[in-house]
Design a protein around this ligand. Structure first.
Ligand SMILES: Nc1ncnc2c1ncn2[C@@H]1O[C@H](COP(=O)(O)OP(=O)(O)OP(=O)(O)O)[C@@H](O)[C@H]1O
Ligand SMILES: [Mg+2]
Length: 240
């Protein structure tokens, strides 16, 4: 694994009106890694991801991707740089079919329709269940299938890094396993991953490193294995 810092977040401060939601967060993700951002409800995980992808604007601080400053860029341009987000709660286009959802994911990419078709075929190879349901409207898919579609849709922009916001939320234990395996596979195919999860155990089990977020601040960070063995972390996040 290279130690090239792909994503560098430095001293980020984000507000909702007077609410100081992100208080000086710094983190980085190296090329090829899976890094988890773990924390309780309201810790600021989603806010952090939304700021990286440009959907929210930081008051101060910097987000660099491949050395390029993103904080003043608009979300669609950030997407073009190779950062794709799978939003919390999946947010597939319920009235569009599976195939149309995937096509929407590729809309920002400048490419021939042939290549886009090939990309959809790649997604179907990764998610055979989506191919079986390609003409079905997304709103009628199960929760797990919608999560697969949300991931597939994000992959259509051929990102260098995938930001995933609680992909396991609301899924059965079996599907949780399947989704984490998919994340691992996507990573092994060359996509760097920043993963937000409340399921700390599963997240740490597939991650290289992790950051623990508490009320808008990074309270701990380190390699995933050491964090998993840490008594305080076990007690607070791993149900031990
Ligand atoms: N639109 C908003 N307006 C005002 N405050 C907000 C808004 N969105 C989030 N917040 C506040 O910012 C803080 C961080 O919220 P955020 O959604 O980032 O947490 P989270 O870690 O993703 O939580 P969860 O695990 O519940 O998804 C919380 O205190 C939340 O109430
Ligand atoms: Mg959230």
């Amino acid at each position: 694994m290279s130690s090239n810092k792909l994503l560098e977040v430095d001293n980020l401060n984000v507000y909702y009106g007077n609410i100081h939601a992100i208080k000086g967060v710094s983190l980085n993700v190296c090329e090829g890694e899976i890094v988890s951002l773990i924390g309780a409800n309201g810790a600021g995980k989603t806010t952090t991801l939304q700021t990286i992808s440009g959907l929210l604007k930081a008051k101060t601080g910097s987000v660099k991707f491949n050395g390029k400053e993103l904080t003043k860029m608009e979300a669609h341009n950030i997407l073009k740089c190779g950062i794709a987000q799978v939003p919390e709660g999946r947010r597939v286009f319920a009235n569009l079919t599976v195939k149309e959802n995937l096509e929407m994911g590729g809309i920002t990419v400048k490419d021939t329709s042939e290549n886009k078709k090939a990309e959809i075929e790649e997604i179907y190879k990764r998610f055979p269940r989506l191919e079986e349901r390609k003409k079905q409207t997304a709103g009628t898919l199960s929760g797990g299938e919608q999560q697969m579609l949300a991931i597939g849709r994000a992959l259509m922009s051929r990102p260098k890094i995938l930001l995933l916001d609680e992909p396991s939320m609301g899924l059965s234990p079996m599907l949780v396993k399947e989704i984490f395996k998919i994340i691992k596979d996507v990573n092994e195919s060359g996509v760097t991953v920043l993963l937000v999860e409340q399921n700390a155990k599963m997240a740490l089990s597939i991650s290289d490193r992790a950051y623990i977020l508490e009320t808008g601040k990074v309270s701990r960070s380190g390699d995933a294995h050491s964090l998993m063995e840490d008594d305080a972390i076990k007690k607070a996040y791993l149900g031990a």
